[in-house]
Design a protein around this ligand. Structure first.
Ligand SMILES: Nc1ncnc2c1ncn2[C@@H]1O[C@H](COP(=O)(O)OP(=O)(O)OP(=O)(O)O)[C@@H](O)[C@H]1O
Ligand SMILES: CC(C)(CO)[C@@H](O)C(=O)[O-]
Ligand code: BAL
Length: 279
């Protein structure tokens, strides 16, 4: 049975009873408007944990753009139905006041890995993410937390947060789920026009081509510039970045022996798409 819980007190009560029964508890943090990407995280959590909580909370603190927050898709009833189908035990849907009651003043700020790319382009975003994720770990007392590789930099920020604060949770990074044409699933995709949706897979295609170019010896800068040009030729409004970075620190690639990630952000139809691949 799937139960919807809205208060921290009730959640703590349920988790206390699960732990007393010896269950491993998994948490899948989301902002709702669920798609198969989210459900893949929930299924993985179900396979690995005795009890699973999916959280649905559109966290105002991580939106640097008020318009983006206002337009963020919300579909709680449909989300609950999908989670019931996957069999998660609890859907935790707190109100903003429950998460940030009067008097709340703490901000968790992860250095280093939070600073470039998304951190530079969305000021305050990762402070908002780190703060709410730390709170969700505290509220759920989860043993395992499931995050998507689609938000690669976020995943590295969460790993750093857990390591630096010695949080007793294991972070599990899950593969990006894509539509058949290659577009990474994202809640914001519903805001694309039909024509934009047709063009959107060009981002992933350009990244795959750039990875092939780099492997066959084209200098990094030229390969990334070629990819950006290919995306613009498909009618994207702008490319914020297509870059190769150290996969863990998100710093510049200096050691070719370490894992490298290509990360991109681009605007299409007024929607900001992000993606990343291993190189
Ligand atoms: N296509 C995907 N494959 C795997 N995991 C995903 C995918 N999309 C989102 N996730 C993961 O689901 C969790 C919740 O993400 P979130 O609710 O922000 O959804 P989203 O689709 O990324 O929405 P948006 O990017 O528009 O904010 C995050 O850990 C995120 O990385
Ligand atoms: C991890 C998260 C749920 C925190 O609000 C959010 O950033 C997301 O949906 O990726
Ligand atoms: N999926 C990452 C959360 C955000 O874009 O705000």
């Amino acid at each position: 049975m799937t139960v919807i819980i809205r208060t921290v007190a009730e959640l703590r009560e349920v988790v206390r009873s699960w732990k007393a029964e010896g269950h491993l508890v998994g948490v899948v943090p989301t902002m709702g408007a669920l798609h198969d990407g989210h459900l893949s995280l929930a299924r993985r959590a179900k396979a690995e944990c005795g009890r699973v909580i999916t959280t649905i909370f559109v966290n105002p603190k991580q939106f640097n753009n008020p318009d983006d927050l206002k337009k963020y898709p919300r579909s709680e009833d449909a989300d609950a139905a999908l989670l019931r189908w996957v069999g998660v035990e609890v859907v935790f849907c707190p109100s903003p006041e429950e998460v940030y009651p009067e008097g709340f003043v703490t901000t968790v700020s992860v250095g280093g890995v939070s600073e470039p790319l998304e951190g530079a382009l969305r000021p305050g975003h990762f402070d908002g993410v780190a703060t709410v994720v730390a709170k969700l770990f505290g509220m759920t007392q989860a043993d395992r937390g499931y995050f998507g590789q689609k938000d690669w930099q976020q995943l590295q920020v969460v790993q750093r947060l857990v390591a630096d604060l010695n949080l007793a949770v294991t972070v599990v990074g899950c593969e990006t789920v894509r539509d058949p044409d290659g577009l990474a699933m994202s809640s914001r995709n519903v805001r694309l026009t039909a024509a934009g949706r047709q063009r959107a897979p060009a981002l992933y295609a350009a990244m795959l081509a750039a990875a092939r170019d780099v492997r066959s010896g084209l200098p990094q800068d030229q390969a990334m510039a070629k990819a950006a040009a290919a995306v613009m030729a498909e009618g994207f409004e702008s490319v914020e970045y297509i870059e190769l970075r150290d996969a863990e620190t998100l710093g510049a690639v200096v050691d070719l022996g370490r894992p490298i990630r290509m990360l991109a952000a681009a605007w299409l139809d007024g929607v900001r798409l992000i993606d990343n691949i291993a190189v």
